[in-house]
Design a protein around this ligand. Structure first.
Ligand code: HEC
Length: 198
């Protein structure tokens, strides 16, 4: 084999690997999105009705289930009385999608802020550096909030009135404080990126 051919083959296999990886990532993403829809809508109420929209167990009905796998979901469907009505509504494929979504949520560090009566609660949020942060914004006002992080290269999200939305941000390495808020309102709050105190 000539050197040229070897190089050509190497480039070709790199390109192939790259597009396989991309195709795989797109397939994973589609599965996660599918799981998210099932989580929110199955049986007309979704898993969300008992476990919370972000699976944080914040409704005090079902526990936190971020990070659970297929086996845990199957076990719960079999064993939890409150979940019995879901058995006939969920296929094996749905469980795979739910596990992809809940597994993905398990890789994110959740942090919540609430916008109510023109103010954010808490007024300052401390988050760890180098973390895949899932910032969950609950908007208790009537009007939409176009929410953005100042100085961060992320698309703003729209948080409809009386609803919640989230954005995922990989926090920087260095300690810093930045401002976030609704573009429609003067109100904002600060996010401090700082390692947790020992
Ligand atoms: C009507 C309320 C309700 C709905 C809807 C519901 N769950 Fe649950 N779930 C519960 C309760 C309550 C428990 C805790 C039971 C216990 O600890 O005895 C639970 C437990 C679980 C567990 C076990 C947690 C563990 O530690 O292993 C998993 C997993 C789970 N649910 C997943 C789901 C998924 C996925 C859906 C949607 C397909 C869902 N649940 C829908 C009420 C609900």
């Amino acid at each position: 084999m000539t050197t040229m051919t070897t190089i050509r083959l190497a480039i070709l296999s790199l390109l192939l690997c790259g597009s396989f990886a991309l195709a795989q990532a797109a397939a994973d993403d589609a599965l996660i999105q599918e799981g998210r829809t099932i989580f929110r809508e199955v049986g007309g109420i979704g898993c969300a009705a008992c476990h919370g929209t972000y699976a944080l167990g914040d409704l005090q009905i079902g526990p936190v289930i971020r990070g659970v796998n297929e086996v845990r979901i199957e076990g719960a469907l079999d064993g939890v009385e409150e979940m019995e009505f879901l058995i006939s509504l969920i296929s094996k494929k749905d469980i795979t999608a739910l596990a992809a979504y809940l597994g993905y949520l398990g890789t994110l560090e959740p942090a919540s802020v609430t916008f109510r009566q023109g103010e954010f609660d808490p007024a300052e949020l401390q988050v760890a550096p180098e973390t895949q942060l899932q910032l969950i914004v609950t908007n208790l006002s009537r009007s939409d909030c176009t929410f953005s992080l100042e100085g961060v290269d992320l698309e703003p999200i729209v948080v409809p009135g009386r609803d919640a939305n989230d954005l995922v941000w990989h926090t920087p390495v260095e300690t810093r404080t930045l401002t976030a808020g609704c573009q429609e309102e003067a109100a904002s709050f600060s996010i401090r990126v700082e390692p947790p105190a020992e």
